[in-house]
Design a protein. Structure first.
Length: 343
């Protein structure tokens, strides 16, 4: 009987050992779930670095993107890896940084710096999906075939800049009916802004406004451009928003204040800094929404079939303090429409 028990014990141990070995082999055979890697490329300064300090806008947009990802269940460092690269306003670095992200490789590329950086990413890869967190006119810039069916490896969100340009001129004319000569300061090197300029010209014809356009292409152009504007003595000033003009926001607002020009732009920051009005989509809201495109792609959707989204809400911000300083009485209809009035 003792021998039988020994044989049973040995047999049970052998069976148990084979069971453990089989379990280990099955575990080894199970594929390890890959953590997706997202590449974020920006033309601006790194908001997480103190040298030099980046505009608050840069951190705000990146955090909006993170918030969008969190709402979809992604947590950096747990089920998502984020690779950030910043060119520090040195455009010549963008191509190398894009190549670096492509070679890691990443699963999706994202930028909130608009068409010029999307173009750099497009040149770096034709296979890795690219998500535009902010774009002025991706169809006009030739980045996608259409908003409904982009057709390539690019999708994301558009701010509808051409339509916004027309509306901003209409709002300016409503606020300052006597403005017959309006200057437009815009970045002609930014793909997607040409169509905004064209749409604004069409609106000017319908409103009986004479436009005077002054184009900049880089940071060294602003002194000359503003001097040219001063010589023309316009009655109001429109500014198209892009990373370049946003980085020179203070200089533009100071110029408008010095020359007592009603200034209308797209991004809320201009009104907060002393401009008369801004009208446009919320950039943080759009950047947060870009996370939805990333999620869809990570779950198998193809950028070619993923429609480029458009904003559903535009914000009107009026600086009443600036209006009073300019001697303007804002129409009650505009004040009622405003999402925010700065006193």
């Amino acid at each position: 009987m003792e021998t039988t028990m020994k044989r049973c014990t040995v047999g049970c141990l052998v069976t148990l050992a084979f069971g453990i070995l089989a379990a280990l082999l099955v575990a080894d055979a199970q594929p390890v779930k890959k953590i997706p890697r997202i590449g974020w490329l920006s033309s601006g300064h790194d908001p997480f670095s103190a040298q030099p300090p980046a505009p608050q806008r840069a951190l705000m947009l990146y955090e909006a993107f993170l918030q969008g990802l969190r709402e979809l269940g992604y947590v950096e460092g747990q089920n998502l890896i984020l690779e950030r690269r910043y060119a520090g306003e040195r455009a010549e670095r963008l191509a190398d940084l894009a190549t670096e992200l492509v070679q890691l490789p990443v699963d999706v590329l994202v930028t909130g710096s608009g068409e010029p950086v999307v173009r750099v990413l497009q040149h770096a890869t034709s296979t890795i999906p690219i998500v535009m967190a902010v774009s002025a006119d991706p169809v006009g810039a030739g980045l996608v075939a259409s908003l409904a069916r982009p057709g390539g490896n690019i999708t994301g969100v558009s701010i509808m800049a051409p339509e916004g340009g027309r509306k901003r001129l209409e709002l300016l004319k409503e606020a300052v009916p006597q403005a017959g000569r309006v200057a437009v300061l815009w970045n002609a090197a930014y793909q997607g802004k040409e169509s905004e300029w064209q749409e604004t010209q069409v609106a000017a014809g319908a409103l009986g406004v004479t436009l005077y356009g002054v184009a900049v292409r880089g940071p060294d152009d602003f002194d000359g451009a503003l001097a040219a504007l001063a010589r023309e003595r316009p009655e109001a000033l429109l500014t198209f928003s892009d990373p370049l003009t946003l980085n020179h926001q203070r200089q533009i607002v100071d110029f408008a204040t010095q020359h007592r020009l009603p200034l209308v732009s797209e991004v809320k920051e201009f009104a907060e800094a002393g401009g008369l009005m801004t009208y446009g989509a919320s950039l943080p809201a759009l950047t947060r929404r870009a996370a939805y495109s990333v999620d869809r792609i990570l779950k198998g959707a193809k950028p070619a079939d993923l429609p480029v989204e458009q904003p559903t809400k535009f914000e009107l911000v009026i600086n009443l303090k600036t209006a009073q300083a300019l001697g303007l009485t804002m129409p009650p209809s505009l004040l009622l429409l405003a999402d925010e009035v700065i006193h």
